[in-house]
Structures are given as structure tokens and as C-alpha cells.
Design a binder for this molecule. Sequence first.
Ligand code: F6R
Length: 609
Amino acid sequence: MCGIVGAVAQRDVAEILLEGLRRLEYRGYDSAGLAVIQGKTLARIRRVGKVKNLTDAINENPVIGGTGIAHTRWATHGEPSERNAHPHLSNENIAVVHNGIIENYKELKNELSKEGYAFTSETDTEVLTHLIHKLQNETKDLLSAVQKATKIVTGAYGTAVIDSNNSDQMIVARSGSPLVIGLGIGEHFVASDQLALLPVTSRFIYLEEGDVARLTRKTVEIFDKNGQPVDRKINLVDAKSDSADKGEYRHYMMKEIFEQPTCVRQTLEGRINTQGVESGIFGNGFEAITGQIKHVTIVACGTSYHAGMVAKYWFEQYAGVSCSVEIASEFRYRKFYVHEGSLFVSISQSGETADTLAALRLAKEQGYLSSLTICNVMGSSLVRESDFNFMTRAGTEIGVASTKAFTTQLVSLLLLVLTLGRHKGLTSDHEKEMVAALMQLPGKIEQALMANDVIETLAEEFADKNHALFLGRGDQYPIAMEGALKLKEISYIHAEAYAAGELKHGPIALIDADMPVIVVAPNNELLEKLHSNVEEVRARGSILYVFADKAAKFESDDTQKVVDVVATEAITAPIVYTVPLQLLSYHVAVIKGTDVDQPRNLAKSVTVE
Ligand code: F6R
């Protein structure tokens, strides 16, 4: 949520900063801005809308200088406008970019106003900027000023600060919002996501909570939350694994949908063999506690929450372990009961979702047996703060609507189900059957992707609709929910999902010819029940779109369109059936002409509450 890039270098950095912003644009895209120390003054340019608008402005008025900061914004305080865009300035010499939220900004604004500071924006960031300016006047040192400011402000944030009176210096601080330092030769960088800096370096330091750092061209000094100098590990990142390139595809989302067979293969690699799940894949010491696990509590948001909902069916059916699943923003603010022997599992693509992170921190104080995160970003906060982690290996997901992260989360959860199941009576034959299904999964997804053209044609029938209903039963109910979320997010069509058996308890009143109903209908033990539910809908005049394999015996006619989905094992069916629903949302959005990769009002990484 919001993206930060900064550089201290000898060469001109405007293009490096702009490229970094382009790579971070998926995190927020309401407005963008940049400030570079040009001679002894700050050159600042800000524009509403995409980074492209900022790039055009800079092409018209180039900025020259080796030290600069830049930002792409997802508005929290104040509408998306040029005056609210970052960087913010104080006294024309201090420039600040900031991610996250300063919670006590109103009190601070009142105090600073009384001291004569004038505010030109509605943002909390401008408050931080003036505060740093004031503290620098007192301490005569930018590092000390930022360190003091971090003790005064409350909330979760990451920030980068420059002062035009000292062009060879940038101060950065992390408290709750990720920041990574990129190490160059005779130049150093900072960003909220390493992806922004891959064109300039592959050596990174992930700042820890409370760290403040001073970067110059030649040095990096890091101080912990107590102000003590610390060494942090340097991590080497393979730039090839983090492609920010759309390749032959028109949108990242489509590229990421089609990457799923590869991503699933990567997630499984070295983790299963023909007999079952490899031991030790959840980290040293995990198997020592599996015998004690009596309950699994899953906490996540959005699409990741849907992965958790599918896993609940799996844990209880295959592993014989009770499981509860909860939205992180609810979990963190209620009194909850901790079952004896409970494993706390967080699921997150980004590893930085504020609510999920807060839930983990809370859980760690509440007597859970242990914590495990299933995550796609190495070095992220959830990974660092959980006792155990399991990486989904989907590669960087840039499309804001999550696709490959979701299917690899499901694969990872299945591996966890099998690992726990072993201790609860899952037979070795059953485990063998399940890993055989997992081995076939990439091929099944490839076959599911072959329906792309059919689904593209079908999508035309949705483009003029205002509402849609998704139905599923059992472990396909969360898949219906995920299908509805995807359609809402990128096509802006209002969509809801129901467990098909629940329809007659109210929502069936909505059914008429203008309400398309999408049904996920694999051939499983609930099929007969689902057939009855479908007939109830048909009898009320709706047009049905049924995703089913041939054995499920649905036939296309005037009121029912059937899309063939490859026959698949029950255990992997939720993963396979996700794919056609992703394709449907994608094509509806393309036909409607929405911004598929960066839908309105959304951001990829939700680092504020
Ligand atoms: C939807 C989507 C979001 C995220 C949610 C949690 O397509 O991507 O619903 O799933 O914001 O994000 P993570 O998984 O990063 O914790």
C-alpha cells in the first residue's frame, strides 16, 4: 500500500526512481511524486493518477541530481490530489515520503500549527515532515531528528527523508511498514519492496521493526529501536525470479493466470515424492510438534481467507483436525478462545497485511502452541515473526487481483493437511493417492486453461450485467466466493456467493432473468444435491453458467450454458475449478474496459488497517 523508492548516488537518479515507481505501482496508483536535490534546492514534481503522468511531467521538465525520493500513493488521509501527493516538504529543504498511517497526527498537527507551521495538504505525512523539520532545528542532525520523531509518532509506517542542505544523505525508518535497503557500489537505495530496485542491485538488507538508517553514497549505518548501531544480514536475491515483465500478455493478471501450472510445480518441487509429503518441509522442529496439534486456527484476509476456508474442509475431512478460519480484521478485535494444542496459521500473499500481522502478534501473546505462516514473500514481516514459515513460490504477483498466489496457497495448505493427517490416522495409501493427485495438478490446470477461448466468448454475456450470483457446495463454496470476489474486484459487477443449499433461505428471491448464476459443479458426492439446487434456480428464469466435468451430466440448452472442466480428483478440484472463474472475471473486465491490473480503489499490499 503506497510505494517508496529512494536513492543516494553520484549519477542522476530520476529515471531509477521512476522505474522503481513503475514496478511498485501495483501497491497504489492514486497519485505519484518525486523530489530530487538539484544543486542546493529540492526539485519536486507530483501528479494525480498513474506514474505515466509523472513520467510525462518529468520528461517535459527534467530533474537533475543524485539524491532523491519518490512515492506512489494509495490515499488514506485526504483525497487523491496533487497537493496530497508525496513527497511533502517543510521549509523547502526537508522532503518526506511515507507509507502507512500516523495515528496521532491530529494532536501533532495542532501543536505544530501553534508553533507556526502551515499545512498545505490533508495528509498525516505532512505532519511528520514538519515534525522532522522542527526536531532537526533542535538537534541540528537529520538522523537524530528522525529517531526522535519515531518516538513521538504512533502508528505503522515506513519513511524516507532527505534534506537539500546535505545532498549526500538519506534517512529511512521502519515501524510496521516494510522497507528494504538496496546496496550498490558507491550508491545506495531504499524501497518498500525489493522489486523496485532489482534493475540496480541484487543485494538487500531488510530493516527490522524500529530500525532507523542513514544512507550515504558510501555508507549504510543502521540503528535499532533503542538507537544502538546494529548489523543486519545482507541477502542476495536472484533477479530472474522476480520478473516485472508482462511478456506476451496484455495484462499481468492474464500472465499470472497462465503461470499457474509452473507455480504449482515450483511449490511442490522437493516437497513430495511418490510415497507422500517429504519430512521437514515446514521447517526444523515442526514435525516435533505435529503430534500435539489438536486444532488449527487460520487467520487471513480476502483471497487468502478464501484459501483458509477451503483448507477447513480439508483439515476436518482428511486430517481429522478441527479447524476454524477467521478474517484477520475481526479476529484481532474480539475475545477469542484458544483451543488446547492450537496451531495458529496465517496465510498471506504479501506477508505485510496489517490486520493479519496484528492477528499474529496478538496470537503470540495468547498461548497458541505455535505459529506458521503460508506466504509468498521471503523476508516479509509475517515470515520473520512466525515460528515457522512455508513459502508458496508463486513468484512476484503484480496483478492486484490475486490468482497464482491463491492456487499455490491451496497447494501449500494441502501439504500441511497431509503432514498433520499422518499423526491423526491418515493411511499411507491415502497419502499416496493424494500426492499422486498433486503430481497431476499442473497438467490439470493446463487443461483447465484450454477453456480460455470458450470463456472469452461467454464473458460477453456478462458485460452488461449489474449483478451475478456464484453457487458452490462443500469445498467449492469458498471457490464460488473467490470467483465472486474476482468478478467484483476487476469488472465492478456486484457479485455474491452462496452455498447452493442456502439459496432457498432467502437469496433465491433475487433470481430473475437479469441475474446470471454461475455454478461450480465438479462430479463429487454433493452433485445430486447441487443438481436439485440448480433446478430451483432454473425454474425461476435465471440463466445458468455451469462449470462442470462431463461426468456431472449437465447439458447446455437455452437457459443453461455448460463449460467443460477437466475431470479431476476430489482433493484437487477446488484448485482446478478456480482457474475458469479467474478467466471469466478477466475477460469480463477486459470487455468492460476496466483497469484489470490496477482496479479502482484497491492496492496490492494492504499495510494499513
Ligand atoms: C484479492 C486480493 C486481496 C488479498 C488480501 C490479503 O484479489 O488479492 O483480497 O488477498 O488483501 O492480502 P495478502 O494475501 O497479501 O495478505
